[in-house]
Design a protein around this ligand. Structure first.
Ligand code: 2AM
Ligand code: CA
Length: 273
């Protein structure tokens, strides 16, 4: 079977399993801090994906949030970058608004992206060079917008007393309004559908954006870090995604003037854990 069709089927199957497993008792643990949660379902979904992929494609590399491949440094061959549940807090507190996110890379270059909004049964998917889809519907190229007429996504946590807050506040003030969905993968695909004009966050891990950025690329959206660099897959990044025009406006008017400050912040936030 073609790798793209295999990956698509696998993500849908993982979502089916997830919907079943979440009806059973949830075991919740904390990771780096009391608000950083992981459940038995996050772990089981990642294990399911890893077991299936390694059985079918033993030579493929896998980087997964819940413990797989965190020491991967070279992106030779095929690399899968997996978040079994993006939006774990939403999963635990809301039972919805989370996604399975999978990016597949060939020699470090985008090959295919999948973001599965599990409870809405909506799969965003793209094979690089062949357009992006929401289920069966081909997505249109994203329209350019000006920040003043844009809804942007930013988590309010970053606007309250953080070193980055004074950089983000003027962007928020200049926008039409803000939203926060609590799943980076879903926020990125909502930029791809045009529902959001941009999404910004100072710190994400590669598995949070790997799938979404491939989908967004296919509709002409732009994804970089706050320094305007492309998003790396082997360490955390700041992330600003948007339609081309609003991304350019945010970069040139708000982020480039803070280049030295943002470079220093990167050194603090983006060292590999
Ligand atoms: P997660 O649910 O897979 O942990 C919430 O605003 C978004 O940020 C989610 O996509 C969440 O992914 C991600 N996130 C939460 N804490 C994070 C951290 N410490 N570093 C990077 N990403 C994080
Ligand atoms: Ca996760």
């Amino acid at each position: 079977m073609h790798l793209y069709d295999y990956a698509k089927g696998l993500v849908l199957e993982a979502g089916n399993n997830l919907r079943q497993w979440m009806t059973e008792a949830l075991e919740i643990e904390t990771k780096s801090n009391p608000n950083d949660l992981v459940t038995n379902v996050d772990k089981a979904v990642e294990q399911f994906l890893v077991d299936q992929i390694t059985t079918t494609y033993p030579q493929h590399q896998i980087i997964g949030e819940e413990g797989h491949g965190h020491d991967v440094a070279s992106l030779e061959g095929i690399t899968w970058v997996i978040d079994p549940i993006d939006g774990t807090l939403n999963f635990v507190h809301q039972g919805e608004n989370f996604a399975i996110s999978v990016g597949v890379f060939k020699e470090g270059k985008p090959y295919a992206g999948f973001v599965y909004d599990v409870m809405r049964d909506t799969l965003y998917h793209a094979k690089a060079g062949f357009g992006a889809y929401q289920n069966e519907r081909l997505l249109e190229p994203v329209a350019d917008t000006a920040l003043a007429q844009s809804i942007i996504a930013v988590n309010a946590n970053w606007l309250a007393g953080k070193p980055i807050s004074p950089v983000l506040e003027p962007i928020v003030s200049a926008s039409r309004s803000t939203r926060a969905y609590g799943s980076a993968a879903l926020e990125i695909v909502h930029v791809a559908t045009g529902q959001l004009a941009a999404y910004m966050t100072p710190r994400l891990q590669p598995w949070d954006y790997a799938g979404g950025m491939i989908i967004l690329n296919e509709v002409g959206g732009v994804a970089t870090n706050f320094l305007g660099e492309s998003l790396a897959l082997t360490h955390p990044n700041s992330v600003v995604v948007g339609n081309k025009a609003v991304h350019e406006e945010i970069m040139s008017q708000y982020l480039q003037p803070q280049h030295d400050f943002l470079t220093a912040l990167h050194q603090k936030y983006h060292v590999k854990k």
